[in-house]
Design a protein around this ligand. Structure first.
Ligand code: PLP
Length: 368
C-alpha cells in the first residue's frame, strides 16, 4: 500500500470504536453496541417525505434550512424547552453530528482548550482535534455525573465546554442545579457552552433542563435522530445567539450546502405533528432499562441506575467485557469513550426486551 500524506490533526484522530462494532459478531451475536433506536420512523413523518418527493421538493433548499422547519424548531424550543429562539437563530444541519462539527470549526482556534467529559460521546474530542483544538478531560463523580467543582477548576482559559445531558455513554441526567452552575460559571469566564440535547426526551424520572436557560453564550445542538427514530434521515440543528449563525453558515454552505430537502419536510411533520410516538418510545425504553438493570444487578454487578438516554454503563471489568464480546454479546468497552473508564462497558438497550433477556442469560453463563 502506498503511503500518502495526511494533515497531522486528522492523522491523530482514531476511528470511532463504535463504528468498528457495526459488523461485529457472527449470526448468533446479540448486538447491544449501536446507539440507535430500533423503532421505525412514525408513519406520518414518512408520509410527509413521500409527499415532498411527489411534489418535486427535491432541489437545494436555503442553506440554513427551509423556513417552515426553522419556524417549527423555534416553536419546539418555546414549547418544550422554555427558550425563545427565533427562526433566524436556528441552522438546520445534516444530523446533530454536523451541528457539533460546525460549532467546533467556527469556535476553536489552534491550541484552544475544549473541555469534554471523560467518558463522553466519541465525537466531541475527535471534532475538537479536527478543528485544531486540544480536548481536555472533565471527570465524572462516582455516580457518573459531572463533578461540578472539578469542572469549574478547569474553566479558566478554556474556549468551549461541551455539556451532554442525558449523557452518552453513561445515561446520566444532570440536575438543574449542576447545569445552572456549570453554564453560569463557564459564561462568566468567557467559555462558550455547547449543549448536546439529542436524548432530551428519553429521561425516566427527572426532567430535562436546557442549558440555554442559564446563559447567553450557549449553542444548543439537537436532532430528529433519536427523538423520532430518524437516524438515517440526517436532520439536526444548532440554535445560538444570532451573530453565530452566519459564521456557522460559512462552513455549512461550503461543506454541505443544505440538509436533505426531503428529510427537512419530514422533520416539519415530526415537530408539528402528533407526538404520541415519542412518549411510547420513552415508555418502552423505560421498561427495557428496568429489565436490563434488574438483570445485570441480579448478576452481582453494582452501579447506579441510569436516568436517561438508552445506555447502561456497567463496571464489569475489561476481562469480562472482552469475554462477552468474544461470546457474541456486542457491547462497547469503556475505553472507546475516553481514557478514564476502561473497566466499564456500554450496553445500548435500544433493542427488544427479549434480546436484552438473552444477553443477560448469556452473560450469566459466562460468569459461572
Ligand atoms: N450526540 C450524541 C450524544 C449522540 O449520542 C449522537 C449519536 O449517537 C449524536 C450527537 C449524533 O446524532 P446524529 O445521528 O443526529 O448525527
Amino acid at each position: 500500500m502506498s503511503e500518502h500524506r495526511y494533515a497531522d490533526r486528522v492523522r491523530s484522530v482514531e476511528m470511532s470504536g463504535i463504528r468498528k462494532l457495526f459488523d461485529a459478531g457472527g449470526p448468533d451475536a446479540i448486538n447491544l453496541g449501536i446507539g440507535q433506536p430500533d423503532f421505525d420512523t412514525p408513519d406520518h413523518i414518512k408520509m410527509a417525505a413521500i409527499a415532498a418527493i411527489r411534489e418535486g421538493k427535491t432541489g437545494y433548499t436555503p442553506n440554513a434550512g427551509i423556513p417552515e422547519l426553522r419556524q417549527a424548531i423555534s416553536e419546539k424550543f418555546a414549547r418544550e424547552n422554555n427558550i425563545a429562539y427565533r427562526p433566524e437563530q436556528v441552522l438546520v444541519t445534516a444530523g446533530g453530528s454536523e451541528a457539533l462539527h460546525l460549532a467546533m470549526e467556527a469556535l476553536v482556534d489552534p491550541g484552544d482548550r475544549v473541555l469534554v467529559t471523560d467518558p463522553g460521546f466519541v465525537s466531541y474530542a475527535a471534532l475538537a482535534t479536527i478543528a485544531g483544538g486540544r480536548p481536555e478531560s472533565v471527570g465524572l463523580d462516582a455516580t457518573l455525573h459531572i463533578d461540578v467543582e472539578r469542572a469549574k477548576e478547569q474553566m479558566d482559559g478554556a474556549r468551549v465546554f461541551v455539556l451532554n445531558t442525558p449523557a452518552n455513554p453513561t445515561g446520566a441526567v444532570e440536575s438543574e442545579e449542576s447545569i445552572r452552575a456549570l453554564v453560569e460559571y463557564a459564561n462568566d469566564r468567557g467559555v462558550t457552552v455547547i449543549s448536546d440535547e439529542v436524548y432530551e426526551h428519553f429521561i425516566y424520572e427527572k426532567k430535562h433542563v436546557s442549558a440555554a436557560r442559564f446563559g447567553e453564550d450557549v449553542i444548543t445542538v439537537n436532532a430528529t435522530s433519536k427523538t423520532y427514530a430518524m437516524t438515517g434521515w440526517r436532520v439536526g440543528y444548532l440554535a445560538a445567539p444570532e451573530d453565530y449563525i452566519p459564521e456557522f453558515l460559512k462552513i455549512h454552505q461550503y461543506a454541505q450546502a443544505c440538509a436533505t430537502s426531503i428529510s427537512q419536510y419530514a422533520a416539519v411533520a415530526a415537530y408539528t405533528g402528533d407526538q404520541s410516538a415519542v412518549a411510547q418510545m420513552r415508555e418502552e425504553y423505560r421498561a427495557r432499562r428496568d429489565l436490563l438493570y434488574a438483570g445485570l444487578t441480579g448478576l452481582g454487578l453494582t452501579f447506579p441506575r441510569p436516568e436517561g438516554a438508552f445506555y447502561m454503563f456497567v463496571p464489569m471489568g475489561e476481562a469480562l467485557t472482552a469475554k462477552a464480546v468474544e461470546n457474541g454479546i456486542i457491547i462497547v468497552p469503556g475505553g472507546a469513550f475516553g481514557s478514564r473508564a476502561p473497566e466499564y462497558a456500554r450496553f445500548s438497550y435500544a433493542a427488544p426486551r427479549e434480546t436484552l433477556s438473552r444477553a443477560v442469560g448469556r452473560l450469566r453463563r459466562l460468569m459461572e
